[in-house]
Design a protein around this ligand. Structure first.
Ligand code: ADP
Ligand code: GLC
Length: 479
């Protein structure tokens, strides 16, 4: 039996800001239980839903030296769907109303504490993992502390680490002196071949340098980050570590995202029934959002963090032009004020055609995946992307830019060979995107049979965790 410990800063159903939470919440359920004992450790945020906080069971507490003080480390536990989750409790660090703050150094202090605590609790909970699987910069110090802890005693020797990069854009960077003072690692670690990058301390870099294996969430992104455009100034390191770097594409939870059983949809449907039923969801959504009610009108959905990564400057640029067509846009998202206001503006200008929902809602996201005809995701970069996988599962055809995981998971329509599961374009250019949207409109209105065949293929593609979980299992075995 191999023991694996996932360490992460978010996880469905407890706390979520993006796809990382979906991955950490769903992947552990998909390993072979006879061979792998997979557990998860998370911070115990005060902003977790009350429903979950009530269920946590107190285990024990102790004190750990960190940032010049003995710090309280509480441990809570919960078993859910056969997986054991541990929660690290420290009110000073995790009491805020959001998992992340806008203060870079404070977040480094908080997640530095978390990373050290992940290792410190192991003897206490009596779970010595063979592999600690770290996710993103918030857990970047785990492999570094582990290296340091090895000198202190036998217990930590032989534990391996995997570092998964979900988004290279976020690295946890701050001035070396401040970081060193807080995290308490010896000066030795703060060198350019270790934690330091461009004279700053960089937590993700530490994780990448010290992890035994590095993965990212699609093959294309694993290649892209070796180049300056996508490498976020770490492309040199990615090349240096390319022997240990691989891409494993994300899956989604096929039970949670299932048009046949989804409790948020007014009408459930399947690959056999979508032709008759799916448009009823569309009409229900048009009614709910105050758009013109018409089952035949093409509806394009967006569910996303509203940031530069997602390509919304392209959408903003040609939205007026696109709104001259017979289409409706339903947007759900929060993020940069610039994009929030742009979408509010278009909703005001085209009230029959554009609905801007600037908030976070799981229910509304499911309704969009299960009601729209197409889903627009023109990302500047996209390590994997889960929204397009959810759309495919619901037969909502993705229109994407060919980058990262979008390129690996959406096969563009080929009208001659009658293949494909969506539409795509290659250059980061607003008119190229608009032409692709218009091409999709043409197929939707003029070639309904082809469109429905596309939907059929999209819905029968398998993006569950089956294949990818096997790849992680292999990695854990041979590390
Ligand atoms: P990223 O992790 O970069 O934000 P992904 O496509 O991997 O992008 O994952 C985004 C996840 O967050 C999906 O589960 C998507 O449905 C969800 N999501 C994003 N914005 C919202 C929102 N405003 N309301 C509900 N769910 C959202
Ligand atoms: C990040 C990426 C997204 C990916 C998700 C889960 O948030 O932006 O592309 O799907 O992590 O791996």
């Amino acid at each position: 039996m191999k023991r694996i410990l996932f360490a992460a800063s978010e996880c469905v159903p407890f706390i979520k800001t993006g796809g990382l939470a979906d991955v950490v919440g769903s992947l552990p359920k998909n390993f072979n239980k006879e061979e792998f004992d997979v557990r998860v450790v998370l911070p115990k945020y005060a902003c977790m839903k009350q429903q979950w906080k009530e269920k946590l069971e107190y285990v024990t507490n102790f004190y750990m030296g960190y940032n010049w003080k003995e710090r309280y480390v509480g441990i809570f536990k919960l078993e859910l769907d056969g997986i054991t989750f541990y929660f690290i409790d420290n009110e000073e660090y995790f009491n805020g109303d959001k998992p992340y703050t806008s203060d870079g150094l404070w977040d480094i202090e908080r997640f530095g504490y978390f990373s050290k605590a992940v290792l410190s609790i192991l003897p206490v909970i009596d779970f010595r993992p063979d592999v600690i699987h770290c996710h993103d910069w918030q857990t970047g110090l785990v492999p570094v502390y582990l290296d340091h802890f090895r000198f202190a005693g036998e217990y930590y020797q032989g534990i391996k680490t995997v570092m998964t990069i979900h988004n290279l854009k976020f690295q946890g960077v701050w001035g070396t002196k401040d970081v060193r003072n807080i995290v308490g690692l010896p000066e030795y670690y703060f060198a350019p071949d270790k934690l330091e990058a461009y004279h700053d301390a960089n937590l993700l870099k530490g994780g990448i340098v010290y992890a035994d294996r590095v993965t990212t969430v699609s093959n294309t992104y694993a290649e892209e980050i070796k180049m300056p455009f996508y490498g976020e100034k770490l492309d040199g390191l990615m090349n240096a570590r390319s022997n240990c770097l691989s891409g494993i594409v994300n899956g989604i939870d096929y039970e949670e995202y299932n048009p046949e059983t989804d409790p948020f949809l007014p009408y459930n449907y399947s690959v056999e029934t979508f032709r008759k039923i799916k448009a009823k969801n569309k009409v229900a959504l048009q009614e709910e959002l105050g758009l013109e009610k018409d089952p035949k009108k093409m509806m394009i959905g967006i569910v996303s963090r509203l940031t530069d990564q997602k390509g919304f400057d392209l959408v903003e640029y040609v939205m007026d032009e696109m709104c001259q067509d017979e289409v409706q846009f339903v947007i759900l998202g929060t993020g940069d004020e610039r994009y929030e206001n742009a979408f509010r503006h278009f909703a005001w200008k085209y009230p029959n055609k554009v609905s801007a929902n600037i908030y976070y809602s799981e229910a509304m996201s499911h309704k969009i995946y299960g009601s729209c005809d197409a889903f627009l995701m023109p990302s500047l970069f996209e390590p994997c992307g889960l929204s397009q996988l959810m759309s495919l599962r619901f037969g909502t055809l993705p229109i994407v830019r060919e980058t990262g995981g979008l390129k690996d998971t959406v096969e563009p329509y080929n009208e001659y060979e009658k293949t494909g599961t969506g539409f795509s374009f290659s250059n980061y250019n607003a008119h190229e995107m608009m032409n692709t949207v218009r091409y999709a409109e043409k197929i939707y209105y003029d070639k309904k049979r082809d469109w429905n065949k596309l939907v059929e293929r999209a819905m029968t593609k398998d993006f569950s965790w089956k294949t990818s979980a096997k790849q992680y299992e292999e990695l854990y075995k041979y590390i």
